[in-house]
Structures are given as structure tokens and as C-alpha cells.
Design a protein around this ligand. Structure first.
Ligand SMILES: *[C@@H]1O[C@H](CO)[C@@H](O)[C@H](O)[C@H]1NC(C)=O
Length: 651
């Protein structure tokens, strides 16, 4: 009985299908009878249009040529913050090339973090939480989906209303809630993150969009060779993890967190609590701090401030995350009491370098580290060496010296010209010399302006200024004199891309055959010119190829002398298979935290390169068919070094 019913139903379904099929074939044979749909035109946008400006949840759009330009900022990889240029993101994700064309854009939920990367000639930036994202795919319209032929733009009113709202010094900072759609920190933290990636926020035609329409994740590994051939060397844009100022200052309709996004820094104030400063001046110093934090719009989306008081020993009054708005900070500063003792500034700088900028203390990693040292008179201990370590650790040290060293203190001052030994750069930008405590308040504005000028904070760590790079160069007989020159040129071209000094990136080199020799160590040269001329002077050795022993040698002779606050990068260049085992030395390099890039030319064995290279091998090993093509790999290697650095920002 039951079976019979089912069979009947099936028969009728088949019947219907047959009818459909027949009519389908029939209509296909007579295309003239088909009703023509009105012609759909894809709307066009400019390169600078951000996804957040367009309200439609899914749309086809036409991009012009030239959207690869770095001025059209893109945030994220694969999934982009809606604060990004739509067309720029399309180029970054590989859907579009620089000549423009049609793309399909789909909005998805906001994410807690967008990771910047270099892809298809576009450097995208990192961005913390944003309320909406989008993905881009090729313009293959889904059947049954109607795409808008005109786009709906969000009203620019909210942005205009907030445009004049930049916080001025001495003015109360703007409160959260004055902006269009603010998300407070507690809201942000309360929102689950995991579901964010591939879920559409609103999809009126969700039913007709099948899962197959999902854009594929970006990653054009197979196209790397082509990509490489068309890649033009251009300045490497650094992803320092914060939003460029010109972007956010003109666009305040989409703020996420409280705090001035134009000044995203992690700031440590080192205040003088020595007995010598006296009660009255200590009070003026506190007032100065209050004025500065009022002028800075403190918050998790902007600057964060902690205070360390120094005397005999330094002590953290509060760290970066103790008070996350200007008002709370003001109250906390007013409660600070003077500790007394000597004026051990050196000890305090060392303390800040080692302890203050830790993750546990609220250091965000993506924001530049700034230390402002207030000094009455002069320090009573040495500061030159500790300041060098601070610089190398990526801390932008500013000095505000007040009233110089008075006679009563001169006897204690250990180093004359101490400020110039301590600051990030001696170009005047990092030091303030204030004649009298009574005029200190005049320094509030200039100081705030400078610490917020994140583009000029030269000590912030970047992929180009914070590594010890050791080249391990194959000098075996198969290379030949002329090719060896090409290899050296390649080493020089790679080195040129870095900022070289004793406190920035340092370069070292080893040449190997059966044997190994140290051409020069990391501490030998401290300018780019000297490094380049040393590379030019390397003499071709000629002999066998013991790559394993060479790696071991480089670890012992080069990297053992690397500094703990430097990134260790080994770039090994070989033209053949090693006579000895590379596995164990490669493992030793990995265990010592050395990131290894393996570049093989001509007769080099790809499987061996992959063993030598740091995991994932596809990002760290390169094979070049002939020496004359080595030059093409310079930008790609730099790009990979920077991408790797940016994926683990350390400031
Ligand atoms: C090095 O750079 C010079 C100048 O840009 C270029 O002509 C040369 O081909 C490059 N060579 C290598 C091996 O990178």
C-alpha cells in the first residue's frame, strides 16, 4: 500500500520532468520565441570607493584601470574590512588586474582582525576589529540573483557632521557615542568572533545563493611564476598595523573603538620622582601629564598611556591597560605620590624596555612604542647603552629636559649631553629643552603633535630595520667567476633594501665550499655603503659544496653573535646539491629561531632547498633556472620577509 503511493508520486514527478525537458528542448530550438530580458548594465565605481560606502549586500561592479595604486588603501587578506577600496581589494585578491574590469562583491560580517599581506602588487594593511567586511570574486552572476544596476550609497552626512570634531588640546576629548555607529570596547569584546568569516550579514536572496558561489580563498601559488615576471620593484610599503592618518581623519563615519585613531601609539611616560625635583616641580610635572593625556584622546582605538616613576629604582604607576580613557588617567595621575631618591633614568629606560612594553602590560604590538622621559636637571646613572637597547627594541625615546642641570645637580650628572645619547634620533625631533618649569605647559601641544606623528617615529620596528641578515654563499667550482659576481650583485641588491646601521638591520656573510669562511660578521660594518663595498670585495673561493656544514658554521660564527632583539634571517644561496647532510643543520637553525630562505640556482636540488628552508617551504625556498634571472627574485624575497614580519608584529 505504502509502496504503491510512493511509486505513483514518483511517476507523476517523472512525468512533470519529462514535460519540462521536452519544452526545454523545444524552446531551445526556437530561440526567437524567447523573451529578451532588459539589458543589465553593471554600475561603475572609482578606485577610491570604499565598500562601506555602498549599502547593497551583494553587487556586480565595474572597476577602472589603475586601482593598484597604494593610495587606495586595502585592509585585510581574502576578507577585507569594508573600509578598504573595493577595486583595490579586487586587485589584491587577484580577481582583477590593474587594467580594471567587472567583479562581484559580497558583504560579510565584521572581523576581530584583518591581516595585511602583499599580494598581486598590492600591499594591504592590517586593521583591528571592523564592523563589516567584504569578499570579492570574479563577476560570474549567480542564476536567479538580481544584481542592482544602480548602487545605493550611504549618506555622507554622518561623516560631514563629525569632520570638524578633531580633538584639540585642553579640550575635553570627544565622548563615545558622538560618532555614527560606535562600538564600545565592552561591546566589541562581547561579540563572538568565530562566526565572522564567511557569513553574510544580510542577504535578501540568500536562498538562491548556493554554497558554490562562495569566493575561493585567495592564494595564487600556482601563478607565482607569472606574478613574479610582471612584478615591478617599487617601494616596499610597511604594514605597521595602524591606520594611516589621512584615511581616518577624512572619514569618521565608521569608527569602531574609542580613542583618536590618528594617534594609535603605546606611550610610556617616565616621570622624575627624585628627591632633587622637589614637591612643587613634581606637582607641575603631574599637571603637565594631565594636560598631555587630555590633549590625547585616549582609548583602545587610539593612544594608550602608562606611567613609570623613577628615583633610585623605577616603578610602574600604571600600565597601558590600567586606564583606557583620558578621564580615568587624569584621576590616576593626580593621585601619584613622589617616591624620592636619585635620578636613575638609565635604570628606568632599561626597566621600560624589559618590562613595560610587554603584552601583559597592554602593549598591542601593532602600535608604535613611545617613551617620553621627563628629566629635571640630569640623570644620576648611565643611559647611553640602555638607550641603544631601547632603540633596537623598537622604542621611540623622547626626552623632555627641564631647566638643564642646575649647579646643585651637576656633580651627579654622569653623562654630559645625555639627551642626545638617549633619544631615538638626534635630529631634534625627539628632544625638548624647556628653560623653566613655569613654561613647561607650552610643550604640551608640540609634544602631542610629535608623538602622534607615527610616520616619523623612526625607531618603530619594521621588516627593514630590525633584522640580523646572514648570507650563506656557495662558492663552489660549478658557480664560476662570472656567476659568482652575479650572486654578489644579488646579495648587494637584497641588502640595499634594508635600513642598515648598528641599531637597525645588520648584515653578515659566510662563503662556503667544502670549507667555510666568515667574510664579515654582523658587527663589522654599520652603514649601507660599507656593507655594499664589503660584499663587492668578497673573493670567489672555488671548491666543493658542503651546504650542511655551512649552515652549522653560520649558526656558530654569525648568528651566535646576533642580538636577542633582532630577527635572525639566513639567506642561503647555492647552485648544486650538497655533499653532506643538510637536515640536522637545518633543524638546528630552526631551533635557534633563525628564519632560513633557500635560493637554489641551476643545478640546485629543489627537495633539498625545501629541507633547508623554514616552513612553509613555498614561502622560503626559491628556485631560479639561471643566474641571470636571480635579479627577479629580489622584490619577492623582500616581500616575503616583510609579510612574515608583519604577520608577527613586535613593537
Ligand atoms: C641588481 O640591481 C641592478 C640595478 O638595479 C640590476 O641592474 C641588476 O640586474 C641586479 N642584479 C641582481 C643579480 O639582482
Amino acid at each position: 500500500m505504502g509502496i504503491f503511493v510512493v511509486l505513483t508520486m514518483k511517476a507523476s514527478v517523472i512525468e512533470v520532468l519529462l514535460v519540462l525537458l521536452v519544452t526545454g528542448i523545444h524552446s531551445n530550438k526556437e530561440p526567437a520565441k524567447k523573451v529578451k530580458r532588459p539589458k543589465f548594465t553593471v554600475p561603475q565605481i572609482n578606485c577610491d570607493v570604499k565598500a562601506g560606502k555602498i549599502i547593497n549586500p551583494e553587487f556586480l561592479v565595474k572597476c577602472p584601470a589603475g586601482c593598484q595604486d597604494p593610495k587606495y588603501h586595502v585592509y585585510g587578506t581574502g576578507v577585507y574590512a569594508s573600509y578598504s577600496s573595493v577595486c583595490g581589494a579586487a586587485v589584491h585578491s587577484g580577481v582583477l588586474d590593474d587594467s580594471g574590469g567587472k567583479i562581484l562583491v559580497r558583504k560579510v560580517a565584521g572581523q576581530s582582525f584583518y591581516k595585511g599581506s602583499y599580494s598581486n602588487g598590492v600591499q594591504s594593511l592590517s586593521l583591528p576589529r571592523w564592523r563589516e567586511s567584504f569578499v570579492v570574486s570574479e563577476s560570474k552572476p549567480q542564476k536567479g540573483v538580481t544584481y542592482p544596476s544602480t548602487l545605493t550609497y550611504s549618506s555622507p552626512k554622518t561623516a560631514a557632521a563629525n569632520a570638524g570634531e578633531t580633538t584639540k588640546a585642553y579640550e575635553k576629548p570627544s565622548l563615545p557615542g558622538t560618532t555614527a555607529q560606535p562600538v564600545t570596547l565592552s561591546q566589541a569584546l562581547a561579540t563572538p568572533v568565530a562566526e565572522a568569516t564567511h557569513r553574510a550579514t544580510s542577504k535578501p536572496f540568500a536562498a538562491s545563493v548556493t554554497s558554490s558561489s562562495r569566493p575561493q580563498p585567495v592564494g595564487h601559488r600556482s601563478q607565482e611564476m607569472e606574478e613574479m615576471a610582471t612584478w615591478k620593484p617599487e617601494p616596499v610599503l610597511l604594514d605597521s598595523g595602524f591606520v594611516p592618518k589621512e584615511e581616518l581623519s577624512t572619514q569618521s563615519s565608521e569608527p569602531v573603538l574609542q580613542g583618536d585613531p590618528n594617534c594609535k601609539i603605546d606611550l610610556s611616560f617616565l616621570i622624575d620622582g627624585s628627591t632633587g625635583i622637589g614637591k612643587r616641580r613634581f606637582q607641575i610635572q603631574k599637571q603637565f601629564l594631565v594636560d598631555v593625556v587630555q590633549a590625547l584622546d585616549i582609548g583602545p582605538g587610539g593612544p594608550l598611556v602608562g606611567v613609570v616613576q623613577y628615583g633610585d629604582n623605577p616603578a610602574t604607576q600604571f600600565n597601558l591597560k590600567t586606564h583606557m580613557n583620558s578621564q580615568d588617567l587624569k584621576t590616576a595621575i593626580e593621585k601619584i605620590t613622589q617616591r624620592g631618591g636619585l635620578s636613575n633614568v638609565g635604570r628606568a629606560i632599561s626597566f621600560v624596555t624589559k618590562n613595560f612594553f610587554s603584552k601583559a602590560n597592554g602593549n598591542r604590538g601593532g602600535a608604535p612604542n613611545v617613551a617620553v622621559v621627563l628629566v629635571d636637571g640630569g640623570p644620576t646613572d648611565k643611559i647611553e647603552e640602555v638607550s641603544r637597547v631601547a632603540r633596537e627594541s623598537g622604542i621611540n625615546v623622547f626626552f623632555v629636559t627641564v631647566e638643564g642641570a642646575a649647579e646643585r645637580e651637576k656633580q651627579h650628572v654622569v653623562e654630559p649631553n645625555f639627551a642626545s645619547k638617549a633619544v631615538c634620533r638626534t635630529n631634534g625631533f625627539y628632544s625638548f629643552n624647556v628653560q623653566s618649569w613655569l613654561s613647561l605647559h607650552k610643550t604640551v601641544q608640540p609634544l602631542v603633535k610629535r608623538v602622534c606623528d607615527t610616520d616619523r617615529l623612526a625607531c618603530s620596528k619594521t621588516c627593514l630595520n630590525s633584522a640580523d641578515i646572514g648570507f650563506v654563499i656557495d662558492g663552489s667550482s660549478s658557480v664560476g667567476t662570472s656567476n659568482f659576481r652575479t650572486v654578489l650583485q644579488f646579495v648587494a641588491n637584497l641588502s640595499k633594501e634594508f635600513e642598515i646601521s648598528d641599531t637597525d638591520t645588520r648584515i653578515g656573510a659566510v662563503q662556503y665550499t667544502y670549507e667555510q669562511r666568515l667574510e664579515f660578521g654582523f658587527d663589522k660594518y654599520n652603514s649601507k655603503a660599507d656593507v655594499l663595498s664589503a660584499i663587492r670585495r668578497v673573493g670567489y673561493w672555488s671548491g666543493g659544496t658542503s651546504t650542511g656544514a655551512a649552515i652549522q658554521y653560520a649558526l656558530e660564527q654569525l648568528f651566535k653573535k646576533s642580538k636577542p632583539n633582532k630577527r635572525k634571517v639566513m639567506i642561503l644561496i647555492t647552485d648544486g646539491r650538497s655533499y653532506d647532510d643538510v637536515r640536522i643543520p637545518a633543524m638546528a637553525a630552526y631551533q635557534k629561531g633563525v628564519i632560513t630562505y633557500a635560493i637554489g640556482i641551476a643545478w640546485a636540488a629543489q627537495d633539498e632547498l625545501e629541507v633547508i628552508a623554514t616552513h612553509p617551504a613555498r614561502d622560503h625556498s626559491f628556485f631560479v633556472d639561471e643566474f641571470d634571472n636571480l635579479y627577479k627574485f629580489v622584490p619577492r624575497i623582500i616581500r616575503n620577509i616583510c609579510t612574515e614580519f608583519n604577520s608577527q608584529p613586535r613593537n
